[in-house]
Design a binder for this molecule. Structure first.
Ligand code: PPE
Length: 306
């Protein structure tokens, strides 16, 4: 990632890509305390546009608030930097990564005295789980690791430290020949994928886990709106793994993963073992919205062209 042309925004300055470095005694590097966002910009008929930028930046503010890390930039300043990151790097479509971290001013678990630093980078990132995944669907396994109990780590924050748990789970899944891991909460109910929220379809109804031990995903919220507008009912409830095995359809949602169909869970075929009709419908509606092809959702797009 480091050896590229382009520019990265760090603490209000545009640095050449290869010079955007931190010191080895950076607090967040040692203790994993910080938070971030993942945002996509899509090619539209009016040039590259960022999808739900304000919601993502608001969640970054919420994450910083939950972790009690000072975020020394306004939403308008961060939005401008995101727009400029797409523009300055000459991108048609992009993945944007703002990250708030604590610096090398001091070490020791208590971060008092370490300053906040914010970086924003943008680059081209294709299909998250591979080109085939969106089309033919993926195979997932339930992880042997549980997702955090809300008193261990608060999942509403998109905290860096959540991802050690995600990494353990995804490596276990890949080692065992699966594409992605699914984490249950500490009581055994479905929480989320290693980096996606989950939906299941049962008897024509869309069901999704409550987000006590999962990130309140923006793609998830988008899907709820798209589904409601398409006349589908969406309900949040506790979901057990056996309910999932018997679902008609399952799919994962995330900024990076977009709408990825799941065709197998723990070697049990889901539905007919191929992406189902409701999954396809949601996928098409999502892609039309992010590409600016559906006028009803144009407010979700921030143009990056002047
Ligand atoms: N849960 C987790 C744990 C998660 O990381 C993501 C996004 C979601 C749910 C979906 O949230 P949203 O993007 O707002 O719909 N994961 C980001 C990071 C992926 C990465 O590998 O890095 C993402 O999709 O951008």
């Amino acid at each position: 990632m480091q050896d590229r042309d382009g520019f990265i925004w760090l603490n209000g300055q545009w640095l050449p890509w290869r010079d955007a470095k931190v010191h080895v005694l950076t607090h967040t590097l040692h203790y994993g305390y910080g938070c971030f966002e993942g945002i996509r910009a899509y090619a539209t008929a009016h040039g590259p546009a960022i999808f739900r930028l304000d919601e993502h930046l608001r969640r970054l503010e919420d994450s910083a608030h939950i972790l009690a890390i000072d975020l020394p930039y306004t939403r308008a300043e961060m939005a401008e930097a995101c727009i400029e990151a797409v523009r300055r790097n000459g991108l048609d479509s992009a993945y944007l990564r703002p990250l708030l971290f604590l610096g090398a001013e001091k070490l020791g678990v208590d971060p008092a005295g370490a300053a906040s630093h914010l970086m924003i980078a943008a680059w081209h990132w294709g299909a998250y789980l591979g080109n085939q995944a969106m089309d033919t669907g993926i195979r997932v396994r339930v992880a042997s690791y549980a997702r955090h109990h809300p008193n261990v780590q608060m999942c509403r924050a998109k905290a860096i430290s959540t991802y050690a748990n995600s990494i353990l789970a995804v490596r276990e899944a890949r080692r065992d020949g699966y594409d992605e891991a699914l984490l249950l909460d500490t009581e055994g109910y479905v929480a989320e994928g290693s980096s996606e929220n989950l939906f299941m379809v049962s008897k024509g109804e869309l069901l999704q886990p409550e987000t006590t031990s999962a990130l309140d995903g923006i793609t998830r919220r988008t899907v709820m709106t798209l589904a409601a507008d398409a006349g589908l009912t969406v309900r949040s409830k506790r979901i057990t793994r056996d309910e999932l095995y018997c679902a008609d359809e399952v799919f994962l949602t995330g900024t990076a993963a977009e709408i990825t169909p799941v065709i197998e869970v723990d070697r049990r075929r889901i539905g007919k073992g191929e992406p189902g009709p409701i999954t396809r419908r949601i996928q098409q509606a999502y892609l039309a919205a992010v590409r600016g092809e559906d006028m009803r959702y144009r407010d979700w797009l921030t143009p990056t062209t002047r």
